[in-house]
Design a protein around this ligand. Structure first.
Ligand code: MN
Ligand code: MN
Length: 483
């Protein structure tokens, strides 16, 4: 199949829209570095576009009518947006699904320790990573600290210009003769991914002086006592003092914290020609934010449109906020009750009559690693959305396999809308593989296909996408919602 490099096809107007979209996309990447941050940002954007919280509407007893825009949020990590269509909901929805969790390094529950006057946070990585890629670079800390009194403190350190950053150290090359002989999977081992966060012991006389409030005085006194108890852990004590001052947090509060370590810094244009974007977390936020943009753009559609942003895809879509949870199904049941009247059967019909683009990134053809790809079935940069009829590994195992009839209908929709697309597989047969949320939604009997944006260096701290593909994704998703 022949396809053109899209850059040579764009008009001035199209290039302007492309730049607008990629700028907005980069801002979203910067504001949404964790699943919680993505949900918060998406709700803010949706509310600006007239979306309302489903929970509030439901408790007021209000019914939903065509054109109504609502969202449902699950534990601040998963989000579903719906725009009620003219057709009954039980006739099915057009669903855009993507995940908002990304590979990263998580802080353990008993993380803080001192070793030879360095303070560290012990970690456990999340998702599939090449561990050696995460050392010797600036890292930031994002998340929440939930306390026993019910308050939840947000944390974000390392993104603002004046912020400190953190690092995981690597062995200097001069002494790395043995390390360099190791297998790549062993060069940096999981338990060596601890985050360096301090090197200065607590001071005898603490900074808390007269001008500080009473709370700080108490906090300082507590920390001082703790320091006295463990003189040898004076660096750790100092870290605890800072955490107490900044977040009113005790060491025990790590137990109920979710702290995620991600690369510090912003999304950047990549290439002299600025044709690409280099950023952390583009798997799968490149699909999530383009789906969200399309969803918020649509003002009129026959079918109910849905944009579903899920958590935990990188670890198997498990848990209450992963695609395997009943959250989505339950939300559709609520929507049926608020439109056509409570009906188990209509809920099932709404799900089985739906169509879905399960959007997740695909491997872009990389000439530097040509041997990993089969060229005719590879996704290329600047060729548009890439559809994967199936994913899986070793004989398509574990894959959703989209129906030919559904693919034909999508080809027509994309062609009519002038949205560019390509068909690809994730690399050479028998080399590895991957999964998405497609097969889970297919359990309802709906039409589902894997689609998304091609990415270079997937799962690395910084991943690369083509601005042209980001633009085509938004165009394609808009067309799909109007299908
Ligand atoms: Mn993904
Ligand atoms: Mn992934």
């Amino acid at each position: 199949m022949e396809s053109k490099n899209l850059w040579s096809t764009y008009s001035t107007e199209q290039l302007e829209e492309l730049n607008r979209i990629s700028d907005k996309y980069k801002e979203c990447l910067d504001a949404g570095k964790t699943e919680r941050e993505c949900v918060e940002l998406s709700i803010r954007m949706a509310e600006k576009s007239g979306y309302r919280n489903l929970e509030e509407i439901r408790s007021s007893g209000e019914k939903l009518t065509p054109g109504d825009k609502v969202y449902a949020v699950n534990m601040n990590k998963m989000l579903a947006l719906f725009r009620i269509g003219k057709e009954p909901l039980s006739h099915g929805m057009n669903i855009l699904g993507a995940h908002i969790d990304s590979p990263r390094i998580d802080v353990k529950q008993n993380p803080l320790y001192e070793n030879e006057e360095f303070a560290y946070l012990d970690t456990h990585y999340y998702g599939g990573i090449k561990k050696y890629q995460w050392v010797a670079q600036p890292l930031s800390l994002h998340g929440v600290i939930a306390k026993k009194d019910g308050t939840v403190q947000k944390v974000s350190i390392g993104e603002e210009p004046g912020d400190p950053v953190f690092v995981i150290t690597d062995l200097l090359i001069h002494l790395a003769q043995e390390q360099m002989e190791k297998k790549a999977s062993k060069v940096i081992e999981g338990e060596k991914l601890d985050l360096l966060i301090g090197n200065r012991p607590i001071e005898e006389v603490l900074g808390a002086s007269d001008e500080d409030g009473e709370a700080e005085d108490t906090a300082a006194a507590d920390a001082k006592n703790a320091a006295k108890k463990a003189q040898k852990d004076a660096v750790k004590a100092n870290v605890l003092r800072i955490l107490k001052e900044k977040y009113d947090m005790d060491e025990e509060d790590f137990v109920s914290a979710e702290l995620e370590i991600v690369p510090a810094g912003k999304a950047r244009d990549c290439g002299l020609d600025r044709s690409m974007i280099l950023s952390y977390g583009q798997d799968d936020r490149v699909c999530a934010f383009t789906s969200l943009f399309a969803m918020l753009d649509i003002t009129d559609a026959k079918k109910t449109g849905c944009c579903l942003l899920v958590d935990k895809e990188e670890i198997g879509s498990v848990g209450a906020t992963g695609m395997h949870s009943r959250f989505f199904e339950n939300t559709v049941a609520e929507l049926i009750a608020m439109t056509e009247g409570e009906s188990e059967l209509k809920t099932r019909r709404a799900l089985s009559n739906s169509r879905m683009l399960s959007s997740d990134v695909s491997a872009a053809y990389d000439p530097m690693f040509a041997e990993a790809f089969e060229k005719r079935s590879s996704a290329f940069f600047a060729r548009g959305i890439t559809f994967n009829k199936f994913t899986g590994s070793r004989g398509k195992s574990g894959s959703n396999d989209a129906n030919a009839e559904y693919i034909a209908a999508l080809r027509k929709v994309m062609d009519d809308a002038g949205a560019a697309y390509q068909f690809s597989e994730l690399g050479r047969v028998d080399l590895g593989g991957g999964g998405t949320i497609a097969y889970i939604m297919a359990n309802y009997g709906m039409e589902v296909i894997d689609s998304g944006v091609a990415v270079l260096n997937m799962h690395a701290p910084y991943e690369v996408t083509s601005k042209a593909d980001v633009y085509e994704a938004v165009k394609g998703y808009r067309a799909f919602l109007k299908m």
